[in-house]
Design a protein around this ligand. Structure first.
Ligand SMILES: Nc1ncnc2c1ncn2[C@@H]1O[C@H](COP(=O)(O)OP(=O)(O)OP(=O)(O)O)[C@@H](O)[C@H]1O
Ligand SMILES: [Mg+2]
Length: 402
């Protein structure tokens, strides 16, 4: 068995001790090399309560080789965060030579907030392990988003707890998420522009034509002699149907271009949407919507309006609900909730299986809320309905209401 001693802290050396220090440095380097090649069985770390022995059993050599070849960072740390072992991948990730990583404190790679989170996690870490997202501070000053998966390892000979940490670099994942977010935002913008264009076409062309036809039908009905009772009745029925079609086209155009937001404000626009939904679908809808103390920026109002439209569209298409509750409240933020008592679904499962297929509704609702600095939450249980909650920050200067 080969045993080595490692000092976790050192004092500034007077010049006469320089030679001794050099020898110890060479020893330390040799130790680290030996640890990484699996030649060392035991590391002794000088701690507050005297030297502590950590064994690295020879049988673990094969595992260490495996860990060295991993694409993820791997660490073993003590309860006081001293790094007993780090693989090359971790050293590359934090842009620091491996020999400077091993033996140093893991705290140096964490922000104050992440240190506190890690401290609390290590205290209550159980066998099932825990996971956290942190931003690692690299040697060149850059920050790396990382996912830490932490597990307590069996207490070793010195009865001191050690922890195994697998560190995943999330830079690429975050970049992809940002690209996806930008793309989704673009889709929402294009969708909004396209809706505006279609609404204009409907209003300026289709509705005008339909109205012209309607006027002529009505004129025709009036011109028909009284004896042509049957034909007259038919023309009147057709005129009514045409009138309904005009109303429907206008309703679609209104929904496509929410001019009602500009004209009436958010609360009235939400009310109009809810009333129209309940009248058309027959689903009972309870609305609790108090006036706000200030108007939101146009993008915030549009986000809430579109999210409500989308959510009600989903209720109509998928939920088979009997009751819907819509609630708009002003607190430290604006909160919109939409509850239905329908069949529910599994949002996690839906997100995992969509892989580029499927609808855009939930994705665009989330994107709209995020884009205006808000949050979007969905809770749904099969057989127990769906709850959507959107939180939008208040405009500067607006009063928070309890
Ligand atoms: N309120 C709800 N009740 C039950 N299932 C729902 C509800 N809302 C969404 N879903 C489920 O989630 C899926 C995704 O909804 P999403 O709005 O993203 O897409 P979509 O409605 O299928 O299509 P699009 O909104 O693009 O027209 C739906 O297909 C449906 O299975
Ligand atoms: Mg939908």
């Amino acid at each position: 068995m080969k045993t080595t001693r490692h000092q976790s802290s050192s004092r500034p050396a007077p010049s006469r001790e320089l030679v001794e220090l050099r020898v110890r440095l060479a020893e330390a380097e040799e130790t680290l090399r030996a640890i990484h090649t699996g030649e060392v069985d035991t590391v002794v770390v000088a701690g507050k309560q005297g030297p502590q022995v950590f064994t690295l059993k020879g049988a673990e050599h094969a595992y260490r080789m495996l860990i060295e070849s991993m694409n993820e960072g791997a660490l073993t740390i003590t309860a006081d965060k001293t790094i007993l072992y780090a693989n090359q991948c971790f050293a590359r990730m934090v842009k620091c030579p491996l020999e400077q990583v091993t033996g140093s404190s893991f705290r140096r790679f964490l922000s104050a907030a992440d240190r506190a989170t890690l401290r609390a996690l290590l205290k209550r870490a159980d066998k099932s392990g825990s996971k956290i997202q942190v931003r690692l501070k690299a040697g060149d000053g850059s920050q790396i988003p990382a996912h830490l998966s932490i597990r307590p390892l069996a207490k070793n000979g010195s009865k001191s707890a050690t922890f195994g940490i697998v560190v995943t670099d999330m830079t690429e994942t975050r970049r992809n998420e940002e690209m996806l977010r930008a793309l989704t935002h673009r889709v929402v913008q294009v969708q909004e522009a396209e809706r505006g264009r279609v609404a204009l076409e409907l209003h300026d062309n289709i509705t005008q034509h339909l109205c012209a036809v309607l006027v002529r039908w009505q004129a025709l009905a009036n011109k028909l002699p009284a004896r042509e009772k049957a034909s007259r009745g038919e023309v009147i029925i057709l005129s009514k149907m045409l009138g309904q079609t005009v109303d429907e086209v206008q309703r679609i155009a209104r929904n496509l271009r929410p001019s009602v937001l500009d004209e009436l404000g958010l609360v009235h626009a939400l009310r109009a949407t809810c009333t129209e939904f309940a009248d058309r679908t027959g689903v009972s809808l309870k609305l609790a919507c108090k006036p706000l103390t200030a108007r939101l920026p146009a993008e915030g109002e549009l986000a809430l309006y579109r999210i409500l439209q989308n959510a009600l569209e989903n209720v109509e298409k998928h939920a088979r609900a009997r009751h819907v509750t819509v609630c708009l409240r002003q607190r430290a933020f604006i909160q919109l909730t939409i509850n239905d008592d329908g069949i529910g679904f599994d949002p996690e499962h839906h997100a995992a299986k969509r892989k580029g297929k499927g609808g855009l509704g939930l994705l665009s609702m989330r994107e709209r809320a995020t884009y205006v600095g808000g949050a979007f939450k969905i809770k749904s249980v099969r057989g127990a309905g769906t709850k959507i909650e959107v939180l939008i920050p208040l405009p500067p200067g607006a009063l928070a209401v309890n």
